[in-house]
Design a protein. Structure first.
Lengths: 113, 891
């Protein structure tokens, strides 16, 4: 009934996407992060951009990213996010987790082949 | 670590909500604007750019919500919001909130108060460390099952020959007059065997307990010991530890204080606190006449401490065997048997039935209260359909709405519960004050913590249960139906709600009629009791008790009493005065064996009669009719023939169809003529029966002997004063003290008060039950009113059509009335049917009316139906006043 329920499923993966985006792009505002994710995923992910904000807050609560108000290229005031040291370390861990899941799933799917 | 970090940031975010909200808004605005910029750069027209930006973003409100959910502790935030909404809702519907809270407060308050009293009096264990193993050892006459007290020799034998008790102790009341620094004052005392305190597992707070050898009188020159109560020590000795070793003059003897009991210690558990304890040595004085050497003098209460693990039944079996062997050894005494009762039970024995009935009544009221609350909530929920539908349309999940409604019910329950606790506290105090005076431990009743939790639990349950169904109902509503302005919705949901409300009302009515029935029966009993002729006239009679002064010789005592009586003529308004060893309704009377002339029977198998000693004019003073023969005169004394007056019951029993005047009977006690067996006495008069134990109890055969022929160490003085008896108290006191200052008067009470006390219990129960019945009838009628007026509201449209089609107002009224009456009728039938099974519980309390009295059943049904008719009539009138045009227009 409520739109955007899908993002609950992708919560963990969304976090990792945000972290990787900030790692690659450097400090970015919310809109920028959302657009970048859309582009990288090849526009196959029909995420509502609004869902980025709870994710950003969650990452900020965990102190994996930090925020600061700044000015965009078009002289607009916006909040910019950047990776913290902790966040950088977390990326490696998250990638390991993700790969472990992927390998396990692959093993499950193999006999069906 | 992560979790803590997250929780902390969420916690602090609660306080900066406004600022953070503003920040987010700005951030989201920036996002949209940036998106619009990019779209414009790509060449979209301005309008399309914005639309596309918003669409890609998704729902802004939802984002805000989910952001906030992530930011704060959702549960707490949700709760805070629920409470805010709940309070707002209550303010908007104050009538509903008020009625609901009042109903809850009264219901919970009444339940908690009654439970507190029941707990304090009946359920709380006795305050002794060994309480669980203490039993009352009752020595009863085998043939009649009456009695309860044992003689000292029997007690000693039972104590020494058993293998099931760790110990046995005996006691009796022994009030003593303290000749101290002030006016002589009478102290509540108890004479106990030396091992009593250790049996109870208590030691004195100061000094020592009694030693075993102190059960026997002290050697010449020594003094018997006395132990004081904490209260007495505080009051009269200013808690001075030097009281130990002091000598007190109690009665005609000197005692040495050897100990002080701890604060709050009480034994025996009774309404009047004991102030000092002495040993049984006092009864061992007097050589051959000492009470302790007479096996036939049953005057001691015995308590025993069971060995651990011994069940009471096996102990009772062994005691019965010992009693049987004693009977065989001493055939001159009446055969006795032993009954063991756990001490707590012996204390609360007859209170069981009335208190449980009260508890049941209160339970009924609570159920009705819950039903009413549920009805209120249901009605309210249906009225809020539109509000709830709108909430759901605006994005609230059904679960959220359910949560909201449940929170509101809980709030209602908790606030109602809080008010209920306040009501309970006040009610307990009121109950303690108006309850019959001699219920032990009543004064300790107070709302305690466990009951507090019980009340909170009940209120929460009431809130949850009564909010549950409407909450579930409301969350399943179809939106389109609810959002329509008309009062009608799809029939399905409303029918279920209506059926539930109707069944709730039916159950309320059933419970109410049950209470009404019980009240009717008890009220009738009470009225019958008060109409019984007690055999005397309690009005205008002042009474007080007096002990013979210490040291007075027994042959001087009757003269002393006569002097006191004579001095009562000085009291203003006095018409007649006299004295007796036991007044009616004081519970002080003595039983004795009697032997009828011409029917010699050995002592062990003689019948029993109540025994009393009176001065001349006694019967006139208390208004008892002399049926035949004469009253005593001053000429009846130890130099003249032993005489006796009997009551009608005795005359009818032993001298049927003949006049007993001139015949002879021999009471087993009361000999003023010298040592040896009491003499045969000539019957000189017959009086009507005096109901010594109260209007509800048949009078026993009774004999009366004159004081002049039978000295007695304590007496009741009765003075009939035509004007105000209470005003003469100080004058009476002055008269007696001027005669002999060592004879203080005590227990000053009018005979009226004794009479009122004797019916205090049935009066109290009828009073309480009628208030419960009234409350429940009121609530049930409220319920009927609610259901009927709601159905009228729902069917306004239909009623309008009918009236437009020609139905007259009479028909409408009848239709509505019948709806209410049908509910009431079903309820009454169920209630009466159920009561039929339950009323037998009341039988022990009823007097002069059968538990299944058909008139009372009919009366209760009729009364409730009348009230139900009234409750339905008001909405019926309203229905008839419906203007068809307005009704049809409000589509």
């Amino acid at each position: 009934m409520l739109v955007g329920d899908k993002s609950d499923v992708l919560q963990g993966t969304l976090d990792l996407m945000v972290l990787k985006t900030l790692e690659a792009m450097g400090p970015l505002h919310g809109y920028g992060v959302a657009r970048r994710i859309e582009q990288v995923s090849g526009n196959t992910l029909s995420l509502n951009q609004g869902t980025i904000y709870p994710a950003l807050l969650r990452l900020e609560q965990r102190k994996w990213i930090k925020s600061a108000w700044g000015v965009s290229e078009s002289n607009r005031r916006a909040k910019f996010y950047s990776l913290s040291l902790l966040g950088r370390k977390q990326i490696t861990e998250e990638i390991e987790n993700w790969e472990r899941i992927a390998t396990t799933m692959a093993r499950f799917l193999e006999p069906a082949k | 670590m992560d979790l803590i970090r997250i929780l902390l940031s969420r916690f602090f975010a609660l306080f900066r909500a406004k600022r953070l909200d503003a920040d987010l808004d700005e951030e989201l605005r920036a996002h949209i604007e940036l998106a619009v910029e990019e779209n414009l750069k790509r060449g979209m027209p301005a309008q399309a750019a914005r639309t596309q930006a918003l669409r890609s973003f998704g729902g802004v409100t939802q984002t805000r919500e989910r952001y906030r959910t992530q930011r704060e502790i959702p549960l707490l935030e949700m709760l805070a919001q629920n409470i805010r909404f709940g309070l707002r809702h209550m303010r908007r519907a104050p009538g509903f909130a008020l009625v609901a809270l009042l109903t809850l407060a009264l219901g919970i308050g009444a339940t908690t108060a009654i439970f507190s009293v029941v707990d304090a009096v009946m359920l709380k264990p006795l305050p002794f460390p060994t309480a669980a193993r203490l039993v009352q050892v009752g020595s009863l006459i085998a043939a009649t099952g009456k009695g309860g007290s044992a003689s000292y020799l029997d007690f000693a034998d039972l104590r020494d020959e058993n293998h099931v008790f760790d110990g046995m102790a005996a006691f009796r009341t022994g009030d003593l007059i303290w000749i101290g620094p002030h006016e002589p004052v009478r102290l509540e005392g108890v004479a106990v065997s030396a091992n009593l305190f250790s049996l109870l597992g208590t030691t004195p707070a100061l000094g020592r307990s009694f030693r075993p050898e102190e059960d026997s009188p002290a050697a010449t020159g020594g003094t018997d010991p006395v132990i004081l109560s904490y209260g007495l020590w505080q009051r009269e000795f200013s808690s001075d530890a030097s009281v130990l070793g002091r000598t007190l003059q109690l009665g005609n003897q000197a005692y040495t204080v050897v100990g002080v009991m701890p604060k709050g210690f009480q034994f025996p558990i009774q309404a009047e606190p004991t102030e000092l304890w002495t040993t049984l040595a006092i009864d061992a004085r007097g050589g051959a006449n000492a009470l302790t050497v007479q096996r036939g003098a049953h005057y001691l209460d015995v308590v025993g401490l069971l060995k651990p693990g011994v069940p009471i039944q096996s102990a009772e079996a062994e005691m019965a065997a010992i009693a049987a062997s004693l009977n065989k050894l001493h055939p001159e005494n009446r055969a006795r048997t032993i009954r063991l009762t756990p001490l707590l039970q012996s204390l609360v024995g007859d209170l069981g039935a009335p208190l449980l009935i009260l508890t049941g009544a209160v339970g009924c009221v609570l159920l009705i209260v819950c039903a009413n609350i549920a009805n209120l909530m249901l009605a309210r929920a249906t009225a809020r359909r539109m509000e709830i539908a709108m909430r759901i349309a605006l994005g609230a999940s059904r679960g959220r709405v359910l949560c909201q409604l449940l929170t509101e019910s809980l709030m209602l329950g908790l606030i109602g519960g809080g008010l209920g606790i306040a009501v309970a506290a006040g009610l307990v105090r009121v109950l303690v004050r108006i309850m019959p005076v001699d219920i032990p431990r009543l004064n300790d009743a107070a709302v305690d913590i466990r009951l507090l939790f019980f009340a909170i639990l009940v209120s929460l349950l009431a809130g949850i249960l009564s909010g549950l169904f409407p909450a579930l109902q409301a969350s399943k509503l179809s939106l389109t139906g609810s959002l329509q302005k008309s009062g009608r919705t799809s029939g399905g949901e409303d029918k279920g709600s209506n059926r539930l409300r109707s069944s709730l009302v039916v159950s309320e009515v059933a419970l109410a009629v049950t209470l009404l029935l019980g009240t009717g029966l008890l009220l009738q009993s009470f009225l019958h009791l008060t109409k019984v002729n007690p055999g005397f006239n309690p009005n205008h009679v002042l009474t007080y008790q007096l002990d013979a002064p210490a040291g007075m010789q027994s042959d001087q005592i009757p003269g002393f009493y006569r002097e006191v009586v004579a001095r009562m003529t000085a009291l203003p308004g006095m018409t007649s005065a006299s004295a007796a060893a036991a007044l009616p309704l004081t519970g002080d009377h003595v039983r004795s064996s009697i032997e009828i002339e011409g029917q010699p029977t050995p002592l062990g198998s003689r019948s029993q009669a109540d025994f009393n000693i009176v001065e001349p004019e006694f019967f006139r003073t208390v208004g008892t009719t002399l049926v035949s023969g004469r009253d005593f005169t001053p000429r009846d004394n130890v130099k003249s023939t032993p005489v006796v007056i009997v009551n009608r019951a005795l005359a009818g029993l032993y001298f049927p169809n003949q006049s007993p005047i001139g015949k002879h009977v021999r009471p087993g006690i009361g000999n003023g003529y010298g040592p040896g067996e009491p003499p045969m006495r000539e019957i000189v008069g017959v009086i009507e029966d005096i109901k010594q134990s109260g209007p509800g109890v048949e009078a026993e055969p009774e004999v009366y002997v004159p004081f002049a022929q039978c000295p007695w160490d304590s007496v009741f003085i009765a003075v009939h004063i035509a004007t105000d008896p209470e005003g003469a108290v100080s004058a009476a006191r002055r008269q007696v003290t001027s005669l002999n200052k060592n004879a203080p008067i005590y227990h000053v009470k009018t005979l009226d008060q004794y009479f009122s006390d004797s019916v205090a219990e049935p009066r109290f129960i009828s009073l309480l039950l009628s208030s419960f019945a009234t409350l429940s009838v009121l609530l049930a009628c409220l319920g009927i009113y609610g259901v009927v007026s709601y159905s009228v509201l729902q069917r306004t449209h239909e009623i309008g059509i009918r009236m437009a089609l020609g139905a007259d107002s009479g028909r409408v009224v009848r239709a509505v009335l019948s709806k209410g009456m049908v509910l009431a009728l079903i309820g009454v039938t169920i209630g009466l049917a159920g009561s039929f099974a339950l009323v037998h519980v009341l039988s022990s309390l009823l007097f002069g009316v059968r538990a299944t009295d058909p008139l009372t059943f009919a009366g209760a049904a009729f009364a409730l139906l009348c009230f139900a008719a009234l409750a339905s009539y008001i909405p019926a009138r309203r229905a008839a006043a419906v203007n068809p045009m307005t009704a049809l227009r409000n589509d």
